[in-house]
Design a protein around this ligand. Sequence first.
Ligand SMILES: C[S@@+](CC[C@H](N)C(=O)[O-])C[C@H]1O[C@@H](n2cnc3c(N)ncnc32)[C@H](O)[C@@H]1O
Length: 228
Amino acid sequence: MTDLDPSLDLPRWKRVWLGLDSRARLGARRGRIGRGKQARRGGNDSARFFREWLRNPVATAAVAPSGEALVALITREIGEWTGPVLELGPGTGVFTRALVARGVDERDLTLVERNPAFAQLLRDRHPHASILVADAGELGTAIATDTPRFGAIVCGLGLRNMKPELIEAILTGAFAHMAPGAAFYLFTYGRRCSVPAGILSKLGLTSRRIGIAYRNLPPASVFRLTRG
Ligand SMILES: C[S@@+](CC[C@H](N)C(=O)[O-])C[C@H]1O[C@@H](n2cnc3c(N)ncnc32)[C@H](O)[C@@H]1O
């Protein structure tokens, strides 16, 4: 990889992927909370998540927050160099916390969460982020048109449970707010991308699996969607 000219005009995710961006390898900044507190928070969040799942299993789409291996995989190409980041379906905020630990400024985060209880929790934990209690299928109206374009989108939604029309609306809205060359990251418990091939081709998107988090329960694949 080192024979590539570091000044190449590549999208950020590609620079990280090719190892041209050293900031990627510097890794995550240390989190601000200690291990004990983190463990307690994890336990509380699991209970909270389970309660929300009991209340509305289809919308919550999982019985527990994503595990560390999946969190690391889905956020690994994102950092302070990415600029504004949009997160869809943050839940209790496991991805959010990792994004901040990786150097994304909290002020650069926009979180779209439909569940008001999760949204309040996120507001308490990330007071400088923009938190929208909204449906990810309505990004066109939920996000102001003058909002700076996102350098990356992290999607925690259970796309497999959604109708194709909703998936298409989410992706159309998301890509309308993305900077050129930015990537949309999603995870799925299946081996194939959870966005139907017909929708990918209709929207001119390319999907590539960037890895599998085997240590997640259940194991999850992460896909990167880009335009073109
Ligand atoms: C599978 S959970 C993932 C939570 C978190 N990202 C994680 O990995 O632990 C899906 C989350 O998306 C939210 N959600 C589901 N449908 C949504 C929609 N249409 N718009 C916004 N949020 C939604 C749920 O409330 C839940 O917090």
